[in-house]
Ligand binder design. Structure first.
Ligand SMILES: C[S@@+](CC[C@H](N)C(=O)[O-])C[C@H]1O[C@@H](n2cnc3c(N)ncnc32)[C@H](O)[C@@H]1O
Length: 302
């Protein structure tokens, strides 16, 4: 087992139902749908959705032939399966973002929405995304912004100890982090990404506004203001579209079956050997479970 940062575990959580379906988050969901429409490439072969949860956003990646939904929580993936069904179009993978089980350079695009805020070591997680993307692959990243207006005001009024203007992440609740936009940009650029677009979201994320103004009106004005993210980012949520320009040309991966996508997350060996109920690593002999349509790379089985 490799040494990786702790995981914020959603196993058994009713996050989709309590936060989205019954949580009064229509405004946030609709503004995210608009941002994804603006940022996700219209066509592609393979897309990796990191921390896919119950697949809330997955149907928004319509132009891609296949989507790999990766999440640490198996129960989240089961909910996604219920929503999306089982077909060759969707590959369900239980794994840790810090130990991706995919061969290098596999994906044309990757998305990570509402997940970076659980990363105690964000640069390490972003490095894994880089490895999984092909040259010129596109990465759509959402992150929670510590430099948001509310945090700035609270800091100036002396109601908040941490400084929103400094670059280090702030852990406001255990394993929940807000990031400075400049820090995220720096990490991405150091990894060889070029930032193509930045959108700001949730300009009107306030209970009172959501109660007194029709959601469609808020969504309309948010959708216009999203573009101001190119110049200033003081909203709670920021979306970035980055292209991986600085990586050596790994040849595009072949058209083989799904099995050829995987490598052993512990030793990197590929391909894995298909033993029906598990995939076996020919090098370290670890066995990775396959059950009810979900590939499980969290812990090897005995
Ligand atoms: C806030 S939810 C977001 C789900 C989905 N992206 C959405 O926006 O609806 C965060 C998800 O990230 C997953 N997650 C957190 N840490 C992870 C890790 N280290 N590896 C894989 N998934 C992780 C959780 O299991 C959870 O499903």
């Amino acid at each position: 087992m490799t040494n990786t940062p702790p995981v914020c575990d959603y196993e058994g959580s009713d996050y989709q139902a309590s936060f989205w379906d019954k949580g009064g988050r229509e405004y946030e969901d609709r503004t995210e749908a608009i941002a994804l429409k603006r940022l996700v490439p219209p066509r592609g072969r393979l897309l990796l959705e990191l921390g896919a949860g119950a697949g809330r956003n997955t149907t928004r990646y319509t132009g891609f032939d296949r989507v790999a939904l990766l999440d640490y929580s198996r129960t989240q993936l089961e909910q996604a399966q219920e929503r999306l069904g089982r077909s060759d179009r969707y590959i369900y993978v239980a794994a840790d973002v810090y130990r991706l089980p995919f061969v290098d350079g596999l994906f044309d695009a990757a998305t990570m929405i509402r997940v970076l805020h659980h990363m105690a070591d964000a640069p390490k997680a972003l490095g894994q995304v880089k490895n999984a993307l092909r040259a010129n692959g596109v990465f759509i990243l959402e992150f929670a912004n510590k430099l948001n207006l509310k945090a700035i005001l609270r800091y100036w009024l002396g109601k908040q100890a941490w400084n929103p203007f400094t670059l280090e992440p702030v852990e406001f609740v255990k394993l929940n982090f807000d990031f400075h936009p400049k820090a995220v940009r720096n990490w991405l650029m150091e990894l060889g990404f070029c930032i193509e677009k930045t959108l700001t979201l949730s300009h009107f994320r306030m209970g009172l506004l959501k109660r007194i103004i029709p959601i469609s009106v808020l969504v309309f004005f948010d959708s216009i203001l999203q573009w101001t993210g190119e110049w200033v980012q003081v909203t709670p949520s920021v979306f970035v579209k980055a292209k991986l320009v600085g990586r050596d040309g790994i040849p595009p991966f072949g058209q083989d079956g799904i099995l050829s996508y995987f490598k052993c997350p512990d030793c990197g060996q590929r391909p894995l050997v298909d033993k029906k109920e598990f995939l076996e690593c020919g090098n370290c002999k670890k066995k990775w479970g396959v059950k009810d349509g979900i590939y499980d790379f969290r812990e090897s089985i005995k």
